[in-house]
Design a protein around this ligand. Structure first.
Ligand code: NAG
Ligand code: NAG
Ligand code: NAG
Ligand code: ZN
Length: 429
């Protein structure tokens, strides 16, 4: 009887968790010109739609629409002459399935190469990741330093790892910075960061990368948002800042619009928007912490990679669409990284595309990647990881646990290529 009751309790918990998404439909929208993307953007707050991916002309945007506005959304697009199709009729069904698969993987617990607390069989939560970071620093004191960089809006610790055979004291070595989960719902970006740590620290298969490069790996750049996406609202993207509107009917700042570079030019001043830029440049503690890291090692950072999802793209600035003087070199290095990933990707995912963010997606301001460029980092990128879908129907922000290892493995191929590229360039200079 007790067993039966706890079974029921589990069931109702699972069912209750994604209730807010019941009837939310996901649309794929064919974008023919920039005005159409602008138009969809203008519907964001009034129709409470959530634009998952922006698209340049010729591309497809993905838009999540709440149940009550599904009809109106379709009518508006139809009137405006925009082509679309419904991709997922009720996203809650996929949310429940993702959770079921994650729980199943957790129960099996088959991973842990060599006693490690982390595996590549599923997505790990904040507590698990922080425990792992502490363990790996404790067990490898000569190589790894765990930095407590400050507090998030809600007071969580913000932690990152420094990996160096010379305690960051050899100034000739280039520094590579890898960041994930600035947008908390983009769960698939976490495994590649953890995979990088495992490879550099535990496996030792890429010895040259440890010996000749200093690494900063920042797996959870938005801890409040990440915890919230794990426990409450799966598609939470922003941080958890409050106080921007009476009664906090909307909360959170898009950290990737909060940086002091073109701040406010291509972002929203409405807190109900997913691209709300905050009250000013660096109004948010999480963005300031990233900026502090970039400032501290600025002169030595040769490569900065900010992992996002989805779309199989490697993109560079500026977010305004203007090209920096080294755009050609950045493009060439991006192609090398993309080619390395494409060589090992799964056959059903498309090849990576490479280009300026405004040309292949949409204009954006206040982004971390551009702030890195502003500081003079020569190679500053966003990876948009692939959307993986097979028979489970799970893709985009939703993660099939069976894809976690592949996502980590293939992305690491690109990161390694980039790291070796900047190292070799430095030696040649
Ligand atoms: C994170 O995972 C651990 C171990 O699986 C679990 O005990 C803990 O409750 C989880 N935390 C949250 C906030 O879900
Ligand atoms: C570490 O090496 C082992 C054996 O070569 C391999 O099976 C495993 O996938 C590697 N782990 C990572 C994170 O690369
Ligand atoms: C695809 O879907 C099946 C379930 O139908 C699953 O067993 C498999 O592991 C999934 N993932 C991949 C990467 O093939
Ligand atoms: Zn993102």
């Amino acid at each position: 009887m007790l067993l039966f009751l706890s079974f029921l309790a589990c069931l109702s918990f699972t069912v209750g968790k994604h209730e807010i998404y019941d009837g939310h439909a996901l649309f794929e929208v064919q974008i023919q010109n920039a005005e159409q993307m602008d138009y969809i953007n203008s519907l964001e707050v009034p129709l409470q739609i959530d634009i998952w991916t922006y698209a340049a002309p010729g591309g497809q945007a993905a838009v999540l629409v709440p149940k009550n506005n599904v009809e109106r959304f379709q009518y508006q697009l139809f009137s405006y002459g925009i082509q679309f199709r419904m991709d997922v009729e009720n996203i809650k069904i996929l949310l429940d399935e993702e959770e079921r698969l994650m729980n199943e993987a957790r129960r099996k617990g088959t991973n842990k190469n060599g006693g490690s607390k982390i595996g590549f069989d599923r997505i790990y939560n904040l507590t698990e990741v922080y425990t792992y970071l502490e363990d790996i620093a404790e067990n490898n004191p000569d190589l790894v330093t765990l930095v407590n960089a400050g507090k998030s809006f809600e007071g969580r610790d913000v932690k990152y790892l420094k990996i160096s055979t010379t305690n960051f004291e050899d100034k000739r070595k280039p520094v590579v910075v890898l960041q994930s989960l600035l947008h908390s719902r983009e769960w698939v970006t976490l495994p590649p960061s953890l995979y990088a740590i495992e490879n550099l620290v535990v496996n030792g298969t890429d010895r040259d990368l440890v010996d000749e490069i200093d690494w900063i790996i920042f797996p959870i750049a938005n801890p409040d948002g990440y915890e919230y996406s794990q426990t409450e609202v799966r598609f939470w993207r922003k941080n958890r800042a409050t106080g921007y509107i009476p009664g906090d009917i909307c909360t959170g700042v898009d950290l990737n619009r909060n940086f002091d570079i073109f701040w406010g030019d291509y972002s929203s001043n409405n807190v109900c928007s997913e691209t709300f830029h905050g009250s000013g440049p660096f109004s948010e503690p999480e963005a300031r912490i990233v900026a502090d890291i970039l400032h501290e090692y600025n002169s030595r950072i040769e490569l900065f990679i900010d992992l996002h999802s989805t779309g199989s793209m490697i993109i560079y600035g500026w977010g305004t669409g203007d090209l920096p003087p080294n755009a050609f070199l950045m493009h060439a290095a991006a192609i090398k990284m993309a080619t390395a990933i494409d060589a090992v990707k799964v056959s059903w995912n498309p090849n990576y595309r490479v280009g300026n963010v405004a040309l292949i997606m949409y204009k954006a301001s206040g982004v971390t990647m551009d702030y890195g460029m502003k500081l003079g980092i020569p190679y500053s990128y966003v990876y948009e990881l692939p959307r993986h879908r097979n028979s489970t129907g799970i893709d985009r922000f939703l993660v099939d646990p069976a894809f976690v290892h592949q996502a980590a493995f293939e992305t690491w191929e690109g990161i390694k290529e980039g790291a070796r590229y900047v190292r070799d360039k430095l030696i040649l200079n």
